[in-house]
Structures are given as C-alpha cells and as structure tokens.
Write a protein of this length. Structure first.
Lengths: 265, 265
C-alpha cells in the first residue's frame, strides 16, 4: 500500500482530514509530566491515544525534538514507533523541511523513512528535482514539497514573479507536472493563504496538500476547505498543532476540528 | 568575538580558507575503525587532529549523522565538543540546511547554536526573513543562506527569473541589503558555478561566502578563487569533504588545497 492508498483508507475509516501536529517542546508540556522519564514521549502517547480515531495523520516537527539533542531524537523515535505499532493505519509525517544535494539526501532518507519509518517528509524545493531524487525515488513514501508556507512573510521569495507566474506557482507546476512520476508527491500550502490555495488547486489536479496554519496561526477552516478540496471532496491533510496538543481536552478539540472541516466537505 | 572576527583571526593565523566537510557517514569509514566505540567520532577526531593547523573551519553535515539516529546525533555532539574544546579558535559550521516558521526555528536555534555550540548554520531562504528571525537575531552566530547551490540541477528554481534578475540574485540582494543587519549573514555559492559566484560577489560587497563543490563535485580551485575573493583577498570559506576525509593522507590533502587556494589569492 503506498502513501495515497494508506491516506485514502484512514480518511474514509475515521472520516477525517485532521492531522495533529506533535510540536511537543519539552519546556511547554505540563509540569506533572516533566519529571517523568521520557516525558515528551509520554505526553505524545496520551495525545495519540486520545485522538487516534478522529485523525488521519500525526505530524511531529523535528525541530522541537532536536532542541533537546540526541535525547529528544530518541523520544521522537519512540513516538513514531508507538504510532506505527499501535495505530498502524494512521499516516505519520516527519515535518523536517529538509533538502540537500543528492548524495547527502540519502542520510535524510535513512533518518526519516528507514529509521523513524515515517510515511512522508516535508521538503524545501530550492535545490531542484535532480537533488531530490533520493526522496522522489522512494515510491513507497511521500515527498511533501513546500509550495506556499503559512508564515506572514512567505511572499518575500514565494511571490517573486516571472512574466508568467510567481515562484510558488512555478514550484506547484514543476511538482505536479515533473516531480510526481511515482505519484508520491504532496505540497504544503498554508491555510493562512486561501486564495493561493485555490490557485494551486487549479494547477495540481487532485494532488493531496498538507495544510498547516489552522488554529494558533489564524487560518480559517471554512475558507481553507472551500479553497482546497479536490474533485473527490478530499485532497487535504489539515494540520493543527498547539490548538489541539496544548488544549485542556485534546480529544474534544480534535473532534471539533474534524466536524468543522466535514461541515464544508 | 563575533563570527566574522573569529573567522578573520583563524584565516590569518593558519593562512587558510580551507573548510573540511566532516561528511563522516558510518558505512564509509575504514573497517578497522567501524568496530570501535564511537567510531564516527574517533574517525572525525583523527581528521581534526591531522588538519587543524591547515584549516579555518570544520563543517559536519547533519544528514550523515541523522542517518544513524540518536546515536549519530550523540557522536555529532562529541565532534563539536571536541573541536570547541581542543581547537576553540577554529570555526564550526553545522551544515543542516534548515528553515521553518519563526516559532519552530527556535528549536533549530537551540539545537545548532546552544546544544552543539556551532558558530554557524546553513539555511534555506524559501520562507523569507520574517520566518528566519530566530537565526538572524543571534548576532553572535552566523546565518549562512543558500543562494546558488553546487548541484547540477541547481538552476531549476534558482534561475527562475523576473524581468530584472534571477531568483538566486534576488536572494543575494535581499540577504546583502536586508537580512544582514547584525553583520552575521553569509551565503552558500557552489564552486561549480564560478560565473554565478562572480555575479553574487558584485551584489554582496565583502560578505563571506561558504563555497562547497571543490574536489569530488568537480569545482575548479583557480576559477573559484578568482571569481569569489572579496576586496580584502579573502571572503570565502572553501569546503572539501570526501576529497580530504577519505583520502589516504588527509593532512597532506588539506595542506595541498590550502596551498593551491593561496596561489590565487
């Protein structure tokens, strides 16, 4: 089963496009957990157990774990292992925003796909497809390319324009038309840019988008869903991180987001 | 002492623009070391001891360590600790090619600057300066922005052009004119593109460039040095990885590269 088949299956089973972003920085987790052994993993485990039937995916961001060095990476690995063993039907994405030259990318491929056993990884486009081959050639795993990021200053380079189009659209065109030979590409489009999301949908056919920026970052659910759905009424993995994992009741928040998204599908 | 002062001091002391890229993938190190405890660190330590007076910088690439999970990261930390303790005057660069949104970049800042205590880190420009503030605001550390990468397919996006200029030049202009308020920015320009290197030199004044692509990747030393020197006869950190670390005699190779570079300064 490839990434898209696995995603379609869990989206249908849980009737959900929700991705929970496990941005579990050790300094931010509740006091009573901090003193525990493997505190970050224990925090993640509780979130995962509470939300697994309302989501299609989990997305730990590597930065929050790297902040704690090899110890953080060890607990990131425990988190992937736990999801893969306990809820193997749920998608796992390593949000790592990597990209180096070809030879070097083999290291990141090993880290993300083989050691952590993530189903997908987020990637920068800047070095071009030739450099990204080690990722793209892994037909069993998803390469999730940054197209339009959710941050306020995203346009500094992403809106840089040729006579025909802006850079983020050029990235979308390249990924949709050339990079996706194995049907394993997705793109990142921020929920904070619904107009750009609609533009990329026109370029990318039914390709699945990873959509961050809902919740703490201010993205609007209705606008996002209406702008981003594909012809099958899906095609999006909609992420919320802080809005769910640091909520008083993560299960309730995950269900609320799932239901709100489904209202507009 | 900030990054540039530290760099100027070691460049003068060792009369060298050479950076050794510690791309020490565990599967590639000699058989007799592989069975040792901390084999990758021991391999690095031998290289560092053999070359420290011929270089201005060391640049481990995070990918080769991440490939080995938390264990790899532990030995990466040992490597940084060893350089910082034994040869504290030598520059250390974490080649990690990171970049996320602002909030998340704090994790990478902590990983690279505080935990590993690297003097600088390589960064993707795609998200723009607003996202990169956590790096840029660390005036004591260097933000080394990808401008023109050394790989064959670098032009796919980097040559995307507006009416005025191509993207890599636009990145160079932004970094030189707007990102460098703290005087802590450098740019990555591949030795495989000497013409582009000369173009960026015109844009960036005396800014220091990190120049990979010498050696195994085929960059020419004479062309690179002539195209890239700044008005002070320096302004480049010229990296060789495989050409030095997997050579029979790394000390000899480092000295040879140092001398060859100095011939054209």
């Amino acid at each position: 089963m490839n990434f898209q088949e696995k995603l379609d299956t869990i989206v249908k089973k849980n009737n959900s496009l929700v991705c929970v972003g496990l941005d579990s920085y050790v300094n931010k987790i509740p006091e009573h957990l901090k003193t525990k052994e493997n505190a970050v993993f224990e925090f993640n485990k509780a979130i995962i157990d509470a939300t697994h039937d309302f989501v299609c995916a989990y997305k730990p961001n590597s930065a929050f774990y790297e902040a704690n060095g090899d110890e953080g990476i060890r607990q990131l690995k425990m988190t992937f292992d736990y999801i893969n063993k306990t809820y193997p039907e749920v998608i796992t994405i390593l949000d790592a925003k990597r990209a180096d030259i070809g030879n070097t990318n083999n290291g990141y491929v090993k880290y993300a796909f083989d050691w952590l056993n993530a189903d997908g990884i987020t990637l920068h486009p800047y070095l071009g497809s030739e450099a990204m081959k080690p990722f793209l050639e892994r037909a069993d795993k998803a390469s999730i390319i940054l197209c339009r990021t959710s941050n306020k200053g995203a346009g500094e380079f992403q809106d840089f324009s040729s006579a025909e189009m802006s850079l983020y659209k050029f990235v979308a065109k390249k990924v949709a038309e050339e990079w996706n030979k194995n049907g394993n590409c997705l793109m990142v489009i921020g929920a904070t840019y619904p107009e750009e999301l609609a533009e990329v949908r026109k370029i990318a056919g039914d390709m699945t988008f990873l959509v961050p920026g809902i919740g703490a970052q201010g993205g609007d659910v209705e606008k996002t869903v209406k702008a981003g759905l594909n012809s099958k009424g899906a095609g999006m993995i909609i992420n919320s991180s802080r809005g769910i994992i640091f909520a008083e009741n993560p299960r309730e928040e995950a269900k609320k987001l799932k239901d709100e998204i489904n209202k507009y599908r």
